[in-house]
Design a protein around this ligand. Structure first.
Ligand SMILES: *Cc1c(COP(=O)(O)O)cnc(C)c1O
Length: 373
């Protein structure tokens, strides 16, 4: 049964830009060219300009963006790559796709992003890259992380799958490290209508290598200079992303406004609300609250026909595929506590004030024991 207020709604965003998306799709249909063409090239230029970074390379997904960035940097078998356990499993899957081994650090309990002290505790000479995740749209603590990376000669790859347009000290996430890796999965702040991703960098040589790796290692068509893979962005997704990119700044501002409404309407409840670090521009991919009564609150919202999701219920180091073999920091206490207590309330730019009020009334009803509707 459809919920009155879903947690997310890619379709609402399609409806908001329907005429322009249909025109873009018709243009691609009529062009007769469907993979890696003018739309992809134009999107790469426009996305790079949006972030203020010299190079963007479209790929097939966010997972591939991280995987290919690692390969482009020559990181693979025998190398360790440090990241967090409180993330989409894709971050860790990408490390293993490149042939490297993940090394999991704990998070800061306030921002839910990589804890630099925990990172420091796992660093060693085999760590060739560090992947901070700008989870929920909040930038990770890039300054201390970059400092640690520099002292070990490790490359920083930013996982920006949830942080399109987020900034730290006025500079976009994805432009601080050697590489930024983006996903355009339909529910992301900048979402396609299928899979897509991008790698951004200011290193021209690295951009060229990644461009070649995404299509069989070709520099010249049909001739592989090195062994690559098939990870291309298609023209349809690029054309759709060009439309949506024009509204990203506005829609991120709208998400911040919705977050302000939540903050104002939930302030007096026994619930931990998101914090925004000094200098950070949050883009609220998710609006995440925290309570030890999380599962009961989620059920209560469901009874009120309101969607809420858990990002993420099982940390990577406790998932069946990884738990017996993954290398990790001694303590992942903040990660495990977050997995038990976080709840993502409805958040998408088309959410209206009256809907936010209804969500907040239902949350209030849960804590005050009054039925909400
Ligand atoms: C969505 C996501 C990814 C993976 O992106 P795909 O396009 O689904 O492969 C990676 N990391 C994080 C943090 C994500 O949220």
């Amino acid at each position: 049964m459809a919920l009155d207020i879903p947690q997310n709604s890619p379709y609402a965003n399609v409806l908001a830009h329907k005429a322009e998306i249909e025109a873009a799709m018709a243009r691609v249909l009529a062009s007769g060219w469907y993979i890696l063409g003018e739309e992809v090239a134009a999107f790469e230029r426009e996305f790079a300009a949006f972030l203020d970074v010299p190079h963007a390379v479209g790929v097939a997904s966010g997972t591939d963006a991280i995987h290919i960035a690692l390969r482009g940097l020559g990181i693979g078998a025998g190398d360790l790559v440090a990241t967090v356990s409180h993330t989409a499993v894709a971050t860790v899957a990408a490390i293993e796709l490149a042939g490297a081994a993940p090394l999991l650090a704990d998070i800061d309990p306030e921002t839910y992003t990589m804890d630099p002290a925990s990172l420091q505790s796992v660093m060693g000479p085999k760590v060739k890259a560090i992947i901070p995740v700008h989870l929920y749209g909040h930038p990770a603590a890039l300054a201390p992380i970059l400092k640690i990376a520099e002292s070990y000669g490790a490359a920083v790859i930013e996982d920006c799958a949830q942080s399109h347009g987020a900034k730290l000290d006025g500079r976009a996430t994805g432009t601080w490290g050697r590489v930024g890796a983006f996903s355009f999965y339909p529910t992301k702040n900048l979402g396609a209508l299928g899979d897509g991703g991008a790698v951004v960098t200011s290193d021209a040589g690295l951009a060229a290598r990644i461009r070649s790796l995404r299509e069989y290692g070709w520099r010249e068509r049909y001739v592989s200079s090195e062994a690559g893979l098939n990870s291309r962005l298609d023209e349809m997704q690029a054309a759709i992303l060009r439309v949506k990119l024009r509204y990203l700044e506005l829609e991120n501002a709208r998400r911040r406004e919705i977050a302000l409404w939540y903050g104002e309407l939930l302030a007096d409840l026994p619930l931990t609300l998101p914090t925004v670090a000094d200098g950070a521009t949050h883009v609220f991919h998710q609006y995440v609250v925290r309570t030890v009564r999380r599962d009961a609150l989620r059920e209560h919202l469901k009874q009120s026909s309101i969607g809420a999701l858990i990002h993420y219920p099982v940390p990577v180091h406790l998932q069946p595929a990884y738990r017996d073999r993954v290398t990790r920091a001694d303590s992942l206490a903040a990660t495990e506590a977050a997995a038990r207590e976080v709840l993502s309330l409805p958040m998408y730019p088309e959410l209206r004030r009256d809907q936010v009020e209804r969500v907040c009334a239902a949350v209030r009803g849960f804590f005050t024991g009054r039925a909400a509707r």
